[in-house]
Design a protein around this ligand. Sequence first.
Ligand code: HPA
Ligand code: ZN
Length: 335
Amino acid sequence: MKDFIAALPKAELHLHIEGSFEPELMFEIAQRNQIEIPYKTIDEVKKAYQFSCLQDFLDIYYAGAGVLIHERDFYDLAMAYYQKCYENNVIHTEIMFDPQTHTERGIAFETVINGLQKARLDAKEKWGINSLFIMSYLRHLSEESAFETLKQSLPYKDLITSVGLDSSEMGNPPTKFKNVFEASVKEGYIPVAHAGEEGPAEYIWEAIDILKVARIDHGNRCLEDENLVNEIVKRDLALTVCPLSNLELRNTDVMTNHPLKKLLDKGIKATVNSDDPAYFGGYMNANFEAVQEALDLSKEDIVTLVKNSFNYSFATDEQKRYYLEKVDEVIADFN
Ligand code: HPA
Ligand code: ZN
């Protein structure tokens, strides 16, 4: 199974680039930029990465992102992630970035996007990896701040495919961002949103009915509302599920209770993703291995998850056909 998972080409649809910031690179960039960080050793970092909820994690995640100053820092961050994609056989990835995490600290939008874009081109050339960008609004900030971010993005519109919604979910329902999502869609961005990670099923209803998302990030708590499950199936909306994240943020108590298999059994198009791999202990293959083992997923389940990742990506139909052919070649090799 491990070999099968590793050999399959995959698409990643839920990844925060700031969450792929490995401690070694964080030390290096902090030193380069002469910024003090509260850890001296990797051991100290690992100790700090014990989370009891989403907010606990977010506090540390935003602090870590604080050492990113120059275009080169964003380039290095993204190249390190693309290298992991190569190692994990991720051939298509849809990368979220949080402009406000940086613009709030006085870093220009252009510094962030230019660093990411250079890395994207180099990763395509070096490893053949295709990727697109999802600009995510921070939901703990105001809708006005999201509007400002939308405005800053417009000169770079051609580089950005989609808009998302992340950060502290409880108390920041999707409705808060109704207008800015409408305006974003008018600019051509495809809407997605985190919903039902910690927040209730009601937030997922708002994401689909009010923000009109094309995909739901996490969405685990839809299982608490049967009508919602039926609606998600009917509207053919995929969920970007993140197993190790759910475990580390205690949205799942033990992996054997993870809802992934239930979601699949209900006919929901689930996918497997790493979310913030540097903080949650694993990239794509590790996420697949963890759920496969805990839930005793079959080869067919793994194939379904992998095919979902391509089918529900924002790739072109032609790209999708090519990707699915590659998947079928590997399946044939294993039979
Ligand atoms: N949830 C919400 N916001 C986030 C996450 C997450 O899992 N990761 C980075 N920002
Ligand atoms: Zn996320």
